[in-house]
Design a protein around this ligand. Sequence first.
Ligand code: FE
Length: 340
Amino acid sequence: MPHRTLSPLARCGALLALGFLALTGCSRAPTELVVYSSRNEQLIKPMFDRYTQETGQAIRFVTDDAGPLIERLAAEGKNSPADILLTVDAGQLWQAAERGLLQPIESEIIKTNIPAHLRDPQSRWFGLSVRARTIVYSTERVDPQDLSGYEDLADERWRGRLCLRTSKSVYNQSLVAMMIAAHGEERTEEIVRGWVANLATEPFANDTRLMEAIVAGQCDVGIVNSYYFGRLVRDKPDLPIKLFWATLAGEGVHVNVSGAGVTAAAPRAEAARKFLEWLTEAEAQAMFAGANLEYPANPNVAPDPLVAAWGTFQPSPLNVAQAGELQAAAVRLMDRAGFR
Ligand code: FE
């Protein structure tokens, strides 16, 4: 038998000896796509199955939080079996790209289907679904005519009436980062200090608790991601709360994405690109967004009827990549302003 160095078998043997069993690429068929996903199984598996049905392309996935997945990609380096990183929040995608873990994908299909402000300017990742982080209010105690921008929640007429999620949430870090992009640090700090002064109670650990506090009468207004509102009212449509489409710097609603990119070491970059292109087309977009009550990133695809019922909004035109670029500044600013 001819001796071949670095045969797949030999590499697997070595890795097995080192104890790497789960995802070394040794146990998979050579054409199988591997996706690292911080979106959980129930949200991704139906789409993956559909793609396999349509194209014969097998897909394997590993789910974990974004942080550990990014660390894992970094640790695996060029031996990583992953082809695609799928995660939520542009800030996380930006981090992965900055650490050199994603490669640029040139695709006319993706450029056509996904608006520029939802894509990395260097084409290393792009949004697949959109979530609005906007104002939620009590329909019993707030006249929506009194609402406008995120900035306005710093006004003293909201004293003791505002509920916020903790500043540890990447969602709030991204929102404040975008406010810095729009207003600069000085003005943004003034606004965040105003929010803190208006708080009815300590910041909440999650958006759902915040909305429950509004329903319970603990506060009157807050800021939440649209899909958490969707989950709550899907089960309890009569709750006395509503979304208001807030403006950022008088323009659109602050949005963020869940999205994906091809990993820098992808063994099957070409197949990965094709799959990501498919994810931007109508059928996959409806499934991808619908499963989590989000908005399709492709503006030609209609959202789920429950989501569509909240009305349409103009998204902020700022590129979501700035959520990453300004995230560290946002964290420092919230700390200075006493937002815990
Ligand atoms: Fe979330």
